[in-house]
Design a protein around this ligand. Structure first.
Ligand SMILES: Nc1ncnc2c1ncn2[C@@H]1O[C@H](COP(=O)(O)OP(=O)(O)OP(=O)(O)O)[C@@H](O)[C@H]1O
Ligand SMILES: [Mg+2]
Length: 283
């Protein structure tokens, strides 16, 4: 049975057979030998993960690889099957769809479920941060997709999370709105400095935003790539393209190379930085 207990301001979930994690962890997010099974299906398999305070981490992986399962475990929405998991108490998650209550005005959605003083002022301050103070009284049905997602972000912000979990939050948005949301997320992250785990299918988005990009495969973190380029990053920069190509190769995506650019004799295979075989990997 998995148990939850408070541990020095963080929440610790552990399997009764697991070895205790250190009392004072270096990083606010620590998963050790974490497994999650649904019936006979093992989705997360002895996964190890660490996210440092204020670190922005992106998580890539093919559909069905377990990204949402991991995020839900970190959010405390699902129990883990075995292993240990330590996360900050103050957490908030934003999903692909905004999940607003249609019968509550925008500001009430922001503070939904919170017992705080001056909820309206707090909601308004959070809405202001995402540029939506003027829509505080709007019904969710009257908001655009990008606006609704910004209300969802405000709802996360008002909880002052030390860990912000984002599960493909921009996936349903148009390209222009996505770019604006990228800028907004970065500026909010700089302002509040939570640890962030961003699940995405978009390699460019991951490299543009994150300090570190992880690839989930076969239930574990199969690749962990530090992005050292200074922000703001340009997708045209050679280093960006190098990292993008590396990640696409890890994800098993074939890049179209013009015939003229292909060498006559087969080149040696590019080095793979993990021992896993990604040849059947697709996203
Ligand atoms: N509650 C559940 N009960 C049974 N199986 C589940 C449950 N939730 C997820 N799964 C299974 O776990 C696997 C991983 O699902 P998950 O949603 O974590 O994948 P994902 O990497 O987020 O995929 P996507 O990129 O498509 O969102 C899938 O095979 C899914 O069917
Ligand atoms: Mg998912």
């Amino acid at each position: 049975m998995t148990t939850f207990s408070l541990n020095l301001g963080s929440v610790k979930a552990r399997h009764e057979d697991a070895v205790d994690a250190p009392a004072l962890p270096r990083s606010p997010v620590q998963a050790r030998q974490l497994s999650k099974r649904f019936g006979a299906n093992t989705i997360l398999d002895n996964l190890d993960l660490e996210i440092r305070a204020g670190e922005f981490v992106a998580l890539l992986g093919r559909s069905g690889s377990g990204k949402t399962t991991l995020l839900r475990a970190l959010a405390g929405l699902d129990r883990i099957s075995s292993g240990t998991l330590e996360v900050p108490q103050a957490r908030a998650a934003v999903f692909q769809e905004p999940r607003l209550m249609p019968w509550k005005r925008a500001w009430r959605n922001v503070t939904l479920g919170l017992k705080i003083d001056h909820p309206r002022q707090r909601a308004l301050a959070a809405l202001e941060e995402v540029g939506l103070a003027h829509r505080e009284n709007a019904w969710p049905a009257t908001l655009s997709g990008g606006e609704a997602q910004r209300v969802a972000l405000a709802r996360a912000l008002v909880r002052e999370p030390q860990l912000l979990l984002l599960d493909e939050p921009f996936a349903a948005l148009d390209a222009l709105t996505r770019i604006r949301m990228h800028q907004l997320i970065l500026s909010l992250w700089r302002q509040h400095r939570p640890s962030v785990l961003l699940v995405t299918h978009d390699v460019d988005e991951a490299v543009l935003l994150a300090d570190r990009v992880l690839v989930l495969e076969q239930g574990r973190i199969a690749a962990d790539i530090a992005i050292t380029q200074q922000r703001p990053r340009s997708a045209d920069a050679p280093r960006f393209q190098q990292v993008r190509a590396q990640l696409l190769q890890l994800l098993g995506v074939e890049l179209d190379t013009p015939a003229s650019a292909q060498p006559e004799t087969p080149a040696a295979p590019a080095p793979i930085i993990t021992p896993f075989n990604f040849s059947n990997f697709s996203i």
